[in-house]
Design a protein around this ligand. Structure first.
Ligand code: KG4
Ligand code: ZN
Length: 336
């Protein structure tokens, strides 16, 4: 079965061709970093326009790399939310047009389900497992009992972890996206040079909060720049900030496993590309006898292969209809 995946929920235009749910024949990603970097974050109007300009050639390239034609595709799978509506609509309308013209079934996918199932692109994880989804828009803990069977255990009450990486990079004038830049800077810094606050919230809570940490980083930078606090380098601030985020993410992922009596953790989403986070969670999990699973780097950040994968599994449960080609719509706040 060949699935064409289409993803355009934020600032990456992506198309992928997937065979039988796990063989990635192509996964083409066009990122808009150069467009948004001068603003230190994604500008929704510009993102929508960039998707319009690039989606046709991204799909054409994905088909070319996979050596398939549109006629050979059995199912089209597209992200319908959550995300930026003007961005989502480009992928959805393109998918609807293709499905209608080719009379192919179309399936709408929740972007978060794509992240949750990205691991299945190269590894069959046994159910149940705990999933930590850490991206630019979300920081959630789920209990996953099967394909389509998800229970939310905790979520961020304010900023997402990735968003806080982006904001700290912006405050330090380091560029966008902040995550990989801060990770690189942190390697040169001393994480103990300044102890940033960790918001663990109420006892046993699996929710997150990163806004206080962000404010603390802002205050430290302001005080440093006017000579009021010890001289901290950008690398020290990056290392201290990253340590605080990782500390909380690791503790809560382990706590979720203990509370649910589950010994498998999947860590996914853009921030899961962070090596320090991967090491922290796998080392701590190992010491508790828990197993960890991380999607390959290219499947952590937004990509269409994970959307094709989620579409494949969803189609096994309920036959997708071509009528979706007429009725699918974008939802900025779609929940799982
Ligand atoms: O999953 P994703 O591509 O898009 C959303 O669904 O939001 O995640 C993007 C986020 C950005 O905030 C980016 O700064 C962060 O993931 N990110 C990282 C790293 N690579 C990407 N954060 C920390 N370390 C990284 N290496
Ligand atoms: Zn994402």
């Amino acid at each position: 079965m060949l699935v064409l995946g289409i993803e355009s929920s934020c600032d990456d235009t992506s198309a992928a061709v997937l065979e039988n749910g796990a063989k990635v024949l192509s996964n083409v990603i066009f990122n808009q970093n150069t467009t948004h970097s001068k603003y230190g974050g994604v500008v929704p109007e510009l993102a929508g326009r960039c998707h319009v300009e690039s989606i046709d050639r991204v799909i054409t390239e994905a088909l070319k790399q996979s050596k398939t034609t549109l006629r050979q595709i059995d199912l089209i799978s597209v992200t319908v939310g959550p995300g930026l509506v003007s961005s989502l609509l480009v992928g959805i309308n393109t998918a609807k047009g293709l499905a209608y013209a080719l009379q192919k079934p179309l399936i709408g996918i929740n972007h978060l389900e794509g992240h949750l199932l990205a691991i299945f692109l190269h590894e069959e994880v046994k159910f149940p497992f705990v999933a930590l989804t850490v991206s630019g828009g979300h920081t959630d803990l789920y209990r996953v009992d099967g394909f389509g069977i998800y229970k939310i255990l905790g979520r961020t009450r304010d900023d997402a972890a990735g968003e806080s990486f982006d904001k700290v990079a912006k405050m330090l004038k380091l560029g966008y996206p902040g995550g990989p830049i801060i990770e690189k800077k942190a390697l040169l810094g001393n994480p103990l040079a300044f102890h940033f606050p960790r918001a663990f919230l109420e006892k046993d809570s699996l929710d997150f909060s990163f806004s206080g940490l962000k404010t603390s980083v802002r205050n430290v930078i302001l005080k440093r720049d006017c000579g009021e606090s010890p001289v901290l380098s950008d690398s020290d601030i990056s290392a201290g900030f990253q340590d605080a985020v990782i500390d909380v993410l690791t503790s809560k992922a382990i706590l979720a496993c203990k509370k649910e009596k589950i010994n498998r953790i999947v860590v996914t989403g853009g921030v899961a590309a962070n090596n320090a986070l991967r090491n922290s969670i796998s080392n701590t999990a190992n010491s508790h006898g828990f197993k960890t699973f991380f999607p390959k780097m290219e499947f952590c950040t937004d990509n269409a292969a994970m959307i094709a994968c989620a579409g494949y599994y969803k189609s096994l449960k309920s036959t997708p209809f071509n009528k979706d080609a007429l009725f699918l719509d974008a939802s900025a706040t779609l929940s799982l």
